[in-house]
Write a protein that binds this ligand. Structure first.
Ligand code: FEO
Length: 404
């Protein structure tokens, strides 16, 4: 069914949401689906910015045809060739055979790789600063490599002072009729998912995010249009999001706080984590979060680890090695460039004690991770009589680093 939203100044929303998708990239759990955003500008020339995922391509095509209302489509701007945005390209080429495609050399390489499409006579290859003139609307090219793929482009509409930002500033959750962030309860409902989206999808590319934000610094930005989630036009929300992106891009923690991440088959490591968290709370440290790697999806735990300044990892052995879900989580942190954080290690020595060694090696190999205190080890269970003093000492060390 066609469902479009007029966004003002000749621009229409022609994307659609998959309200049932349970895992983004077949990996990250979703509770409220995801939207695949696409925009259509009706000017002297007509232009679509990006298409959608195959799950909603029929709705997208109906939306484009509905808004064009018999006009021909002149341009398709391809900001991002990841398959969640390029399933409608072939269909648009079929319906509008004279359409010109806007991208860079990598865009067209990926178009051939993913869709088997080569249309050299219809390609317009753009570079930094090139402007696509639609009439009143003039789309200025901003190269944004590796935010999140190598071919990514942003566009700045000089007429409306709108920046189209591909995956950046995107968010999980489907769109309802309220498509602007100032029309929804943004901080409560959307921001946590914007954070989880950024840190799990784009987060590793912080240096590239910083570069593109720097390039956009001189632009007057009145609207931000990402390829997923709500759009932004409220100056306060825009300023807040740009500041958050600067923080996230720099890998600095968003705020002070401690995240416990543990594995525990029979509750003994869990009990030790709770004991240490009590000691930290008594010393005025907080907020404190606590996550079992076997219980909470890694995308949520990773988000919390990046959000806060400190982490405590509670590790145990399984098959005489580091419990594999913790092993996998530490690899995920390394792969996403976890850095600029202070961490401590609690470990069980049972079954050979490899967990402590392997976890410490993984954390030490992460650039910019400072390990606070020695690894605090237990033999099966924490012994209050013999270990209370040592645990209190670790709490003091964490406290000192927290307040430094
Ligand atoms: Fe929404 Fe990088 O694709």
């Amino acid at each position: 069914m066609s469902r479009t939203v007029y966004l003002g100044q000749d621009c229409y929303y022609v994307g659609a949401s998959d309200m049932r998708l349970s895992r983004f990239e077949n990996m990250i759990p979703l509770t409220h689906g995801v939207s695949y955003n696409s925009f259509l500008i009706l000017d002297e020339k007509t232009c679509v910015l990006d298409t959608v995922d195959r799950a909603v391509v029929q709705d997208f095509i109906a939306n484009v045809q509905n808004v064009l209302d018999g006009r021909k489509l002149d341009y398709l701007v391809i900001q991002h060739m990841e398959p969640d945005h390029c399933a409608g390209i072939v269909e648009l080429l079929r319906l509008y055979p004279e359409i010109k495609l806007i991208g860079n050399t990598k865009t067209f390489m990926l178009l051939k790789q993913f869709r088997g499409v080569e249309v050299p006579d219809q390609q317009i290859i753009v570079k930094e600063g090139d402007v696509l003139d639609l009439g009143k609307h003039k789309l200025q090219t901003i190269m944004a490599p590796m935010v999140h793929w190598p071919e990514v482009l942003f566009h700045y509409d000089q007429y409306t002072q709108t920046i189209y930002t591909a995956d950046a500033f995107g968010c999980f959750n489907y769109l309802t009729g309220s498509v602007w962030s100032d029309q929804v309860n943004y901080d409560e409902y959307w921001l946590p998912e914007a954070r989880r989206y950024y840190l799990n999808i784009v987060g590793k590319q912080g240096a590239n995010v910083e570069k593109v934000l720097k390039k956009a610094e001189d632009l007057e930005i009145k609207q931000i249009m990402p390829l997923h989630g709500v759009f932004h036009r409220d100056p306060e929300i825009i300023a807040k999001l740009i500041n958050l992106y600067k923080t996230w891009g720099s890998f600095e923690p968003e705020e002070k706080g401690i995240v416990f991440v543990y594995s525990s088959m029979y509750g003994n490591m869990e009990a030790l984590c709770l004991k240490l968290s009590d000691l930290l709370a008594e010393r005025g440290i907080g907020p404190i979060g606590m996550y079992d790697v076997s219980h909470t999806d890694e995308s949520y735990i990773l988000t919390e680890c990046f959000r806060y300044s400190h982490a405590v990892f509670g590790v145990v052995n399984h098959n005489t090695q580091l419990y594999h879900k913790m092993d996998a989580f530490l690899h995920l942190l390394a792969a996403t460039n976890y850095s600029k954080r202070k961490v401590s290690i609690l470990a069980s020595k049972s079954w050979g004690g490899q967990a402590a060694k392997q976890a410490r090696e993984q954390l030490e190999a992460m650039k910019g991770i400072e390990i606070i205190g020695d690894t605090f080890e237990i033999l099966s269970t924490y012994n209050e009589e013999t270990q209370a003093e040592a645990l209190a000492q670790l709490a003091d060390q964490i406290c000192e680093s927290f307040n430094a």
